[in-house]
Design a binder for this molecule. Structure first.
Ligand SMILES: Cc1cc2nc3c(=O)[nH]c(=O)nc-3n(C[C@H](O)[C@H](O)[C@H](O)COP(=O)(O)OP(=O)(O)OC[C@H]3O[C@@H](n4cnc5c(N)ncnc54)[C@H](O)[C@@H]3O)c2cc1C
Length: 399
């Protein structure tokens, strides 16, 4: 049997970034994925924390495809909007490109071996200790491979988590379906700007990618999903055109490929480690994508786990890994859940209030201190501006 320091199951943002960090520590790493690369995965790709890519040594390569640097954000309610600069710039790299750049970087280290088109079918155990993995390749050949650590970076439906029976906590059912697609030829704003449309209790988002190409998405109500997927292109475009000025801006637009849809993402944390194993990325923590944090969160977990695996006292370090992970992820998780649960069709009064605030920012000074109480009394629900305030808050990180 072969022996590695660390086997990582899953070679996308979580797995490849961890492989890079471990290789820099001089560890031997095996990255295994059932997919082949470059390949796409179910995900839009709003990335506001580019410093992770810089630290991993791949930012320049990722940006080479001509990605626009987005320095502004605009949030619409009806036909009014608020807009402002972001603390740092955002990029929207397609996942087939981003994941491939990370994988190639990992593979450039002599001590990193990559096995594509290889599925992990089980773990190798010695008593309660995980000692390795069992794999099957495309030709049906099976093999056992040993390592000191096995890390599950195998996504939200993690098999590694299932094999080790990792406990799940803070669980919420998938909240909202998401549909998205790539469009050419949408009339741009004068400066690249992330646009968020909070309308009819849905969230529309427009992410400018390269010049002339945008990623458009909508989080819809659960009961809309089935019908929308029947004629996804037509339904998506019709719904998107209802957003402020989008009917006009989509005049010459053309969908590239298909509209992609999912019923929703699981929301939970999983136990982060055990004897000989650990979880990172969506395998350890998954949530609704409305706040666009999953990729950044995957990187953050890779950095934390790499630090823990480099410690003399691994047990204490892994305990600290889980604690730090939860401390750093919990605020964003709770904000995401609250954000989605607070979404609903605005009342006429709420829209009027927002419009007057957006039209005359001086009104904010008078209203904001009393806004929460006022709206709670009026609607018995979350304040109107909760969503847009949240979206801005995330740009400042979790602290
Ligand atoms: C619709 C949607 C939109 C999103 N939009 C955003 C966004 O705008 N910004 C953002 O930051 N995040 C977004 N996310 C979240 C983001 O996609 C995830 O957080 C991120 O992909 C997690 O990366 P990962 O490496 O942990 O897992 P994944 O990207 O899921 O990779 C897991 C890998 O494991 C492999 N694998 C699985 N099982 C096995 C096995 N048994 N053997 C071998 N290999 C295996 C798979 O082939 C896959 O390549 C979105 C998610 C969805 C669903």
């Amino acid at each position: 049997m072969k022996q590695h320091d660390v086997i990582i199951v899953g070679a996308r943002v979580a797995g490849s970034s961890l492989a890079i960090l471990l290789a820099k520590q001089g560890k031997s790493v095996l990255l295994v994925d059932k997919a082949s690369f470059p390949s796409d995965t179910l995900s839009t790709h709003h990335m506001s924390h580019t410093e992770y890519l810089k630290e991993l040594g791949v930012l320049e390569e990722v940006e080479k495809t001509g990605l626009r640097k987005i320095e502004r954000m605009r949030t619409y309610i009806g036909s009014a909007f608020v807009e402002g600069p972001r603390a740092s710039y955002t990029i929207i790299p397609r996942r087939d490109h981003l994941d491939y750049v990370l994988l190639k970087k990992a593979e450039s280290f002599t001590d990193v071996e990559v096995m594509e088109r290889t599925t992990v079918t089980n773990l190798v155990w010695e008593g309660e200790q995980v000692r390795g993995i069992e794999v099957v390749d495309q030709a049906g050949r099976t093999e056992q491979i040993e390592a000191t650590w096995v890390v599950g970076a195998d996504g939200k439906h993690s098999q590694v988590a299932r094999f080790v029976e990792a406990a799940e906590y803070e669980t919420h059912e998938p909240l909202r379906p998401v549909l998205y697609g790539y469009f050419k030829g949408i009339e741009p704003l004068s400066k690249p700007t992330t646009e968020i449309f909070l309308q009819e209790g849905r969230i529309g988002f427009l992410f400018p990618m390269e010049e002339g190409r945008d990623c458009l998405g909508i989080e819809i109500h659960p009961d809309e999903f089935k019908d929308m997927m029947k004629q996804s292109k037509e339904s998506f475009e019709a719904m998107y055109r209802e957003h402020y000025d989008m009917d006009r801006r989509m005049e010459g637009a053309e969908l590239e490929g298909k509209i992609i849809g999912t019923k929703g993402m699981p929301n939970h944390f999983r136990q982060a480690y055990g004897k000989g194993w650990a979880l990172i990325g969506d395998a350890g923590h998954s949530k609704d994508p409305s706040t666009g944090l999953g990729i950044n969160d995957a990187f953050m977990q890779s950095f934390l786990l790499a630090e823990a695996l480099n410690s003399e006292d691994e047990e204490t370090a892994l305990q600290a890994y889980q604690q730090k992970r939860d401390e750093q992820l919990m605020p964003g998780f709770q904000l995401t859940i609250d954000y989605i649960k607070s979404l609903r069709k605005w009342t006429t009064n709420e829209v009027a209030l927002f419009q007057s605030m957006a039209a005359n920012p001086m009104v904010w000074n008078k209203i904001v201190p009393r806004l929460a109480d006022h709206l709670k009394a009026e609607t018995g629900d979350m304040p109107l501006l909760h969503g847009s305030v949240l979206m801005e808050a995330q740009s400042f990180g979790y602290e």
